[in-house]
Design a protein around this ligand. Structure first.
Ligand code: ATP
Length: 502
């Protein structure tokens, strides 16, 4: 990750926001190649949803919705996280993360004790008097039942240990700074950003920044359906910013407080959510493959019934194996009638739909696909990052699918003099407007190639002395460095052949 973060900064792809003031925690700016790449991903998602499905339409709803939307959706009451802070090192942990670190340490601790292996100091997560209690219990059990301990005994002791931790945080060692006695009690935190509308700050004009784009699609569903004369099943797609006061932001642009979502809400007949959930799982999987993601680094993970988000009846995540481990890229959820029904009850407005085929009136059920734009970009960057050695020199390149690459072709004159720069500029100007191309005449040709490799430009065309004789140029392919000569008038056709019109 640190190499990728350095590359992104070096090439102005993504970097810390407000850096001249030391930056704001976990907010990032997308520089020239970064914004092109992000726009490409958004455009490809949009095309996949709205161009390819005649029954999916777009929407751009506001970031600030009526505060009652968030009461009704359950976010005011349920969109909370519990966290524990270390007063010594100031590190914050989601409670569940801290408890699972403690649990893993304890499992290693008893394993070491049982197999007479050395105990790692970092596994002494709670002060000795507490650990001894468990060790005595283990030894007692062993003396009564020599041989292996039963799984249920181990499970039981581990669960009791986790309960002990929850109630005795002042005896627990911080896994970050290894000091004991500094962890606070768990505190609940509302994850929505708040502000006030108008000049006076009071409860009456409190507003929230949306933590998901979905609610805008629910509250507007009737007007969109009626104005576009849509029939169930149909979908509404939206790309936009969302905001969450994440307690543990991090991993570069993986988890930030301001981010973009690409969400599609699909309205279906009650009783048909399972088959649509299946359909959308397949569609979304294939979309990631079409973006060039490695299939062996993608997988599905289902949320267990007791860990479902408050609105979902069934929830699946597409996960990617990032350098920091398998993590969520997108959620595909069966939200049932939860949201529309709640809005109907709270607003008193009719949210039903009349199905003239079935001659029935009902509240449509919803299957949602909810992807992160920034996360998708991070995934594609991680997936494309390559290092190799060419003629004794190491190089870094991004093997991005040409569809998502920020620049499609670089045009270089071998040298600036002897009229080569003029020919190269004319070639670049001819292509500009059809594709994002980059003209560069400065510095050694090798360095110019490497700069383009680092932002994933698939093809570089070099105008040299031979161009003046026979009108041909050299094409160099980023991944293999293979070169061939083609007529300079054929560059446009060559690019169309390689990746079509944009
Ligand atoms: P996580 O478990 O990672 O916090 P989540 O389950 O809360 O994610 P959802 O509410 O399902 O996420 O949001 C849908 C998608 O929005 C996520 O799959 C992710 O791609 C994106 N997303 C959510 N929170 C963030 C964030 N803080 N930064 C960047 N992207 C995010």
């Amino acid at each position: 990750m640190s190499k990728l973060v350095a590359l992104c900064k070096r090439r102005g792809i993504v970097f810390q926001s407000s850096e001249i003031y030391g930056g704001v925690g976990s907010t990032f700016d997308y520089g020239p190649p970064g914004v092109e790449m992000k726009n490409n991903i958004a455009r490809l998602w949009w095309q996949d949803m709205t161009f390819r499905h005649e029954n999916i339409v777009g929407l751009d709803s506001a970031v600030i919705l009526h505060p009652r939307v968030w009461e009704t959706s359950g976010h005011v009451k349920k969109f909370h996280e519990e966290f524990i802070e270390c007063r010594n090192c100031k590190k914050r942990f989601k409670s569940e993360d801290l408890f699972s670190i403690a649990k893993e340490s304890f499992i290693r601790y008893i394993d070491a004790h049982l197999h007479k292996k050395p105990i790692q100091p970092k596994d002494m997560i709670i002060t000795g008097e507490f650990l001894n209690r468990y060790i005595n219990e283990l030894d007692n059990e062993l003396s009564q039942h020599p041989g292996e301990l039963s799984d249920s005994f181990i499970d039981n002791i581990v669960n009791t240990f986790v309960d002990t931790i929850v109630r005795n945080l002042k005896h627990v060692t911080c896994p970050n700074c290894n000091e004991t006695g500094f962890l606070t009690d768990p505190r609940n935190f509302q994850l929505m950003f708040k502000s006030n509308i108008g000049v006076v700050e009071d409860e009456s004009n409190l507003i929230f920044f949306r933590p998901e784009t979905a609610q805008g699609m629910y509250v507007d569903y009737r007007i969109v359906q009626e104005s576009s004369r849509l029939k169930v099943p149909f979908g509404i797609a939206q790309i936009g910013k969302a905001f969450r006061i994440e307690i543990t932001p991090g991993n570069f642009i993986f988890r930030t407080r301001e981010f973009e979502q690409m969400e599609m809400q699909f309205f279906v007949r009650p009783g048909e959510t399972s088959e649509w959930l299946q359909y959308w799982k397949e569609q979304r999987w294939n979309w990631y493959l079409s973006m060039g993601a490695s299939p062996d680094k993608l997988r599905w993970a289902q949320h267990p019934q007791d860990k479902l988000p408050h609105y979902a009846r069934e929830a699946w995540d597409v996960e990617y194996e990032f350098p920091f481990g398998w993590s969520e890229l997108e959620g595909v959820h069966d939200r049932g009638e939860y949201d529309l029904k709640a809005h109907q009850e709270a607003s008193g407005k009719d949210m039903t739909y009349f199905d003239d085929e079935q001659k029935a009136r009902y509240i449509p059920h919803i299957v949602e696909t909810s992807a992160g734009l920034n996360r998708t970009m991070l995934m594609l960057l991680c997936d494309a990052y390559r290092e190799d050695v060419q003629a004794g020199e190491s190089r870094v390149y991004l093997a991005l699918d040409p569809k998502v690459a920020p620049v499609k072709a670089a045009i270089f004159p071998l040298v600036k003099k002897d009229g080569l720069a003029e020919i190269a500029r004319a070639v670049a100007d001819d292509l500009r407007g059809r594709w994002p191309v980059f003209y560069d005449a400065q510095g050694s040709i090798g360095r110019r190639y490497r700069r383009q490799d680092e932002i994933g430009t698939p093809y570089a065309f070099t105008i040299d002395y031979q161009t003046k004789d026979d009108g041909t140029v050299t094409v160099r392919w980023r991944d293999t460095l293979e070169q061939e000569r083609i007529g300079k008038d054929r560059i446009g056709d060559f690019l169309i052949e390689k990746f079509g019109r944009l």
